[in-house]
Write a protein that binds this ligand. Structure first.
Ligand SMILES: Nc1ncnc2c1ncn2[C@@H]1O[C@H](COP(=O)(O)OP(=O)(O)OP(=O)(O)O)[C@@H](O)[C@H]1O
Ligand SMILES: [Mg+2]
Length: 495
């Protein structure tokens, strides 16, 4: 057991943080500063990581891997490294290993214990892929129980950081809006002293700063076509695509402090300067900011909380720095937002606090100091979980086992009756995201398993109990138990 760290494997940037000797959560130095661009470049088959990879890839984008996080858990081939397939999981292992090495170099000691952040509504496969990548990179778990690196929802980690930085100034509800590069998470928490109950969490898995940049890129392509007649088809010139994305990314950041930006495009013997004003860029991103406000509103209303009961709204994540985000949030909230200071590092610093909170006992015995303040946070599930059952008309329905917003960890058992008399088995389909009695087709299937070799029952109900439990990492386990013969079958998935 060594010094635990928190790791934020971001879509655009990775960071790690640790607890300093005076009990503060501090971002560790990595690459050229506090951030490691989440980029891998293959230089004649040899992986290069971070800023160097991002630089080399500008001349040779097809040998670089960017924005891979959304593909975690899919097993999708992202790159063929001389016959060796590279998936998002492989990229995560490389980045975790790099972070480990850099942290060990800085601290002069072995670093093998971490908590990693994940978007609140990462799927089962995505969460498992993060845990597996960290394990393969040589990390284990804070505490000694299961030896697995632990996970923290990104907005929950940011909340821990806000608490440690004393920016949560009153008891009652506060809302964290975490806009990253590839994902947005919104969490409503209820604070009483140093205890936080997460009331609910909603995520927008495919909305982040990257999508705002993509909107600027699309605008530039249109303008260039209108003035030159040349169509800049995505994919036709990968180096031009990357150059335009990087220029729009930089221009987007400048728009925070300037009224307009100019983006140069040069191709096919044509040169153009595309001007984008602050107003135009806000319009381009409006569908995205509207969607964020819509989900913020849903998050507050779904738990029956009135907007004026929400005491604070805390934007975090680099994507929240886009100039049109704060005004949109503030217009909805009707009051000033709470500034956490460094929005880029809140999630990562919160992950270090989560790692520390988990191994508090261990850390005292090894002599490490606890942070001055450790919030106690009770997190909840971002989805409902259940199985497919039949209703009174023998139509398939979603039968809830764990409600959305169930405490993590939780366990719930529900009894079912087999629909066919004399059945000697049952197929159990585990579902995510349905509503009680609703169409199971609207829910995602997480897995299925069979209860087999049952003793057929005639003339009376054949009862089966199905239990769903969720552990501290959001790993879901479902067990079916045949009450007649005492047979059990189990399926484990992470959610
Ligand atoms: N000043 C700024 N104005 C607008 N956008 C910004 C600014 N600074 C950073 N960003 C955007 O923030 C995003 C990166 O934020 P962050 O590092 O929090 O994301 P991430 O952790 O990599 O992604 P995710 O959490 O979605 O996996 C990028 O899209 C970047 O363009
Ligand atoms: Mg992030």
């Amino acid at each position: 057991m060594t010094k635990p760290i928190g790791i934020d494997l971001g879509t655009g940037n990775c960071q790690y943080a640790f607890i300093s000797d005076d009990g503060r959560s501090v971002v560790g130095p990595i690459d050229s500063g506090e951030c490691l661009p989440s980029v891998v470049y293959f230089n004649n088959g040899i992986p290069v990581i971070g800023q160097e990879a991002a630089d080399l890839a500008t001349l040779d984008p097809l040998n670089g891997i960017f924005h891979w996080k959304r593909d975690l858990g899919s097993g999708k081939l992202l790159y063929d490294n001389n016959g060796s397939p590279i998936t998002a999981e492989d990229v995560a292992i490389m980045l975790c290993s790099y972070i480990k090495t850099q942290a060990e170099r800085f601290h002069g000691t072995v670093i093998d214990t971490c908590t990693l952040c994940v978007p609140a509504n990462f799927t089962d496969e995505q969460k498992q892929a993060v845990i597996d990548a960290a394990k393969k990179a040589g990390f284990s778990c804070p505490g000694f129980t299961d030896q697995e690196p632990s996970l923290s929802n990104e907005p929950t980690a940011a909340l821990r950081c806000a608490d440690a930085d004393n920016v949560v100034f009153s008891d009652g509800y506060c809302l964290v809006v975490d806009i990253g590069c590839g994902t947005t998470d919104i969490t409503l928490a209820n604070r009483q002293g140093n205890k936080y109950e997460i009331a609910t969490t909603n995520g927008i898995p495919k909305l982040g700063g990257k999508d705002i940049t993509d909107a600027l890129v699309a605008y530039c392509r249109d303008e260039f076509k209108q003035s030159t007649g040349i169509e800049l088809n995505q994919g036709a010139h990968p180096d031009l695509d990357l150059e335009l994305f990087n220029r729009c990314e930089a221009a987007k950041m400048r728009l925070r402090n300037t009224d307009q930006v100019q983006i140069p495009i040069q191709t096919g013997g044509q040169k153009q300067l595309i001007t984008i004003t602050k107003e135009q860029s806000a319009q381009l991103a409006k569908p995205l900011t509207d969607e964020i406000i819509e989900v913020v509103n849903r998050t507050i209303t779904e738990v029956g909380v009135a907007l004026d009961q929400v005491k604070q709204m805390i934007p975090v994540g680099g994507g929240s720095l886009y100039h049109a985000v704060d005004p949109a949030l503030e217009a909805y909230f009707g009051r000033p937002l709470t500034d956490i200071g460094n929005r880029h590092t809140a999630v990562c610093r919160g992950a270090a606090l989560a790692a520390w909170a988990e191994c508090g006992e261990v850390s005292t015995s090894t002599g490490y100091k606890l942070p001055a303040q450790v919030a106690i946070v009770h997190d909840v599930t971002s989805y409902s979980y259940g199985i497919q059952a039949l209703d009174d008309q023998s139509q398939p329905k979603f039968a809830t086992l764990l409600q959305k917003g169930a405490s993590i960890p939780s366990t719930f058992t529900r009894e079912f009756v087999l629909d066919q008399e004399g059945a000697n088995g049952a197929d159990i389909r585990l579902l995510q995201g349905g509503t009680e009695g609703g169409d199971p087709g609207q829910a995602a299937q997480l897995g299925s398993f069979k209860l087999e070799n049952l003793t057929p029952v005639y003339g009376r109900a054949h009862r089966v109990e199905v239990t769903c439990s969720i552990d501290k990492n959001g790993l879901l386990k479902s067990t079916a138990y045949d009450t007649e013969k005492g047979i059990t079958a189990t399926e484990e998935v992470s959610v």
